[in-house]
Design a protein around this ligand. Structure first.
Ligand SMILES: C[S@@+](CC[C@H](N)C(=O)[O-])C[C@H]1O[C@@H](n2cnc3c(N)ncnc32)[C@H](O)[C@@H]1O
Length: 467
C-alpha cells in the first residue's frame, strides 16, 4: 500500500479537517491513517495506481489551502526503536548503538528508492524533521541536536557506500541547531535548491505518536503565487483581510470538487474580494455583493487585475456578477436557487487596536452583528440550491472586562433551515493519547483561525441547506 505524507498548514486542526473532508467527498478517495500537529499520513484508494499520480498530487496540492508539501513514504520506524536510539536521557549506550544501527538499516533500504539512480551521481539532500509537536522538549533537545546531525552524517555516508560520486547535504544555521530552534526547509527553498531534481531530494522524517515516517517530497505549495495575488492586487486592507489559505479552505468545505467551471459561488460581503480572487483561480464562476459601492468597485478592479495577470479574458458579465446591495435584499438581486455555494466573511465589527469593553461589544453584537447574520441565513436559504453549503466566518471578540464574546451562529442557521456540518468526521480519525492532539466533539463544530494576541478571532462554520 503506497502511503503519502502531507505537511499541514500552520492551523493544523483546520488543515487536517480540510484534508479529511477532501478525501471523503472528492473523487480522490482516501483516509488519514495517522497524524501529528504537523503531518498527516494518507492512504489513497486508487490514486497511487495511476501512472501519473504525481500530476494528481500536484493538483491536490494546488487545491488545498492547508497543505505545505506532499511526500511519498518509503519506510517507517516504530516509536520504541526511536526512543531507544534517541532517548531524552541517555542511560544505556550499548542499546543506543544497536537501535541506531536498526535505523541505519532502514535508511539503507530507503535511499535507493529515494534516488533511483545513485551510481556515479553527485547527490544533494536536505533533511527536514517534523516533530509530533514543536513545543516538545524532545524536538529541541533530541531531534534537532542529535537526530538531525546523525541523519546528515549517516545518509551522506550511505549515499557514498551505494556508489555516488559525491554526497552533500543542506546545512541549517549552526546557531539554530545549538538552540534547538529549527524550522524544516520552507517550500521556496525546495524550489531554490532544485530538490525535485533526480539527484536532489528533500528527505522528510515525520514523527507521530506511532513512530517516524521516511518520505521524499514530491510537490510543495507555491507561496509566491498566492502571496502575489494577496499583496499585489490594487486594493487591499492589510490589517483585516482574510488569508488566502483560509479563503481556499472555506471554498473546499463547500464540497464542490468536480466541474468547478460550472459551479456558481457567491460571496455576499466581498470587501476587497479576497475570497472571490481565490475562487477564480480555483475555476469557479464567481458572484459577489457588498453594501458599500466602493468595495464593489475595488473587487471588480482586483478581479480585472487578476484576470489580466493570468492572461484570461475578462468575462463579459463581470459587472453584473458583482453588485451593490444590502444583505437583506440579496435574493431580489440574484434570484432564487441560483448558487452552488456561499463562502463569506460578513461584518465582524471594527478593527480594534485595543481590546474593547464588554458593554460596547455586547451592544455591537446584539444590535448590529446578529441582524446581519440573521439576514445572511434568511437570504442564503433563498439564493442557494437545495443541499448547497455555506462556509461562513463569525467573530470572537476579546474584551477588557468580560472575556470573549461571540454570537450564536448555530441557532441563527437552524432558524432558517440549515444543518450544521461538523468540520471533521471523528469516526474517520484515530484519536491520540496526547491531549494537545486530541479532537473532541466541541472542537469540530467550529474551528478558530487567529494569530496570537488577535483581538477579533475568526470562527469557521459550515452549514448545509435542507431540501
Ligand atoms: C469583514 S468585511 C469582508 C472582507 C473580505 N472578506 C475581504 O477579504 O476583503 C465585511 C464586508 O461586509 C460589508 N457589509 C457590512 N454590512 C453589510 C450589509 N448589511 N450588507 C452587505 N454588506 C455589508 C462591508 O462593507 C464589508 O466590506
Amino acid at each position: 500500500m503506497n502511503r503519502f505524507l502531507f505537511v499541514l498548514g500552520s492551523n493544523w486542526q483546520l488543515s487536517l479537517a480540510e484534508l479529511d473532508n477532501f478525501l471523503k467527498n472528492s473523487q480522490i478517495k482516501g483516509r488519514i491513517t495517522d497524524y501529528s500537529a504537523n503531518i498527516a499520513i494518507v492512504e489513497f484508494e486508487t490514486l497511487h495506481k495511476n501512472k501519473y499520480y504525481i500530476n494528481d498530487l500536484m493538483e491536490v496540492q494546488y487545491l488545498l489551502g492547508g497543505c505545505q508539501k506532499i511526500a511519498e513514504i518509503y519506510d517507517f520506524v516504530d516509536i520504541q526503536t526511536m526512543f531507544k536510539a534517541f532517548p531524552l536521557k541517555v542511560e544505556k549506550f550499548k542499546l543506543i548503538e544497536t537501535e541506531r544501527n536498526k535505523i541505519n538499516g532502514v535508511m539503507r533500504d530507503s535511499l535507493p528508492k529515494i534516488f533511483t539512480n545513485i551510481k556515479n551521481e553527485s547527490i544533494f539532500f536536505a533533511v527536514s524533521i517534523y516533530p509530533n509537536l514543536y513545543d516538545d522538549a524532545y524536538y529541541s533537545e533530541v531531534l534537532v541536536k542529535h537526530f538531525l546531525p546523525f541523519l546528515n552524517k549517516e545518509i551522506m555516508a550511505l549515499v557514498i557506500e551505494l556508489g555516488a560520486k559525491k554526497s552533500l547535504y543542506y546545512q541549517y544555521p549552526e546557531e539554530n541547531i545549538k538552540s534547538g530552534n529549527l524550522n524544516p526547509i520552507f517550500p521556496h527553498h525546495i524550489i531554490k535548491y532544485g530538490l525535485f531534481n533526480k539527484d536532489r531530494a528533500e528527505i522528510i522524517f515525520g514523527l507521530t505518536e506511532e513512530g517516524f515516517y521516511i518520505a521524499r517530497t514530491l510537490t510543495c505549495d507555491d507561496p509566491n503565487f498566492k502571496k502575489k495575488i494577496d499583496e499585489e492586487r490594487p486594493f487591499k486592507e492589510f490589517k483585516s483581510a482574510i488569508s488566502p489559505k483560509l479563503a481556499l479552505i472555506m471554498l473546499n468545505f463547500l464540497n464542490l470538487f468536480e466541474e468547478r467551471e460550472k459551479k456558481k459561488i457567491l460571496d455576499p460581503f466581498v470587501g476587497n474580494g479576497t475570497i472571490l480572487l481565490f475562487a477564480l483561480i480555483e475555476e469557479f464562476q464567481i458572484y459577489g455583493s457588498d453594501i458599500d459601492d466602493i468595495k464593489v468597485k475595488n473587487t471588480i478592479r482586483n478581479l480585472n487585475w487578476l484576470l489580466n495577470e493570468l492572461d484570461e479574458p475578462i468575462p463579459f458579465l463581470l459587472n453584473e456578477q458583482i453588485r451593490q446591495t444590502d444583505i437583506t435584499k440579496l435574493s431580489s438581486i440574484f434570484g432564487s436557487e441560483k448558487f452552488d455555494g456561499i463562502a463569506s466573511e460578513p461584518e465582524l465589527g471594527p478593527f480594534y487596536n485595543q481590546k474593547p469593553y464588554y458593554t460596547e461589544t455586547k451592544e455591537l453584537i446584539d444590535s448590529k452583528l446578529v441582524p446581519i447574520f440573521e439576514a445572511t441565513f434568511r437570504e442564503a436559504y433563498k439564493v442557494l440550491k437545495p443541499k448547497a453549503r455555506i462556509s461562513i466566518v463569525a467573530p470572537i471578540i476579546s474584551t477588557v472586562d468580560g472575556g470573549d464574546l461571540t454570537l450564536n451562529v448555530e441557532e441563527l442557521a437552524k432558524k432558517y433551515n440549515f444543518n450544521h456540518i461538523l468540520l471533521l468526521d471523528l469516526n474517520r480519525i484515530a484519536n491520540k493519547s496526547n491531549q494537545k492532539l486530541q479532537f473532541q466533539r466541541k472542537n469540530v463544530n467550529t474551528m478558530i483561525d487567529a494569530k496570537k494576541g488577535q483581538i477579533v478571532k475568526r470562527k469557521i462554520y459550515v452549514f448545509e441547506k435542507e431540501n
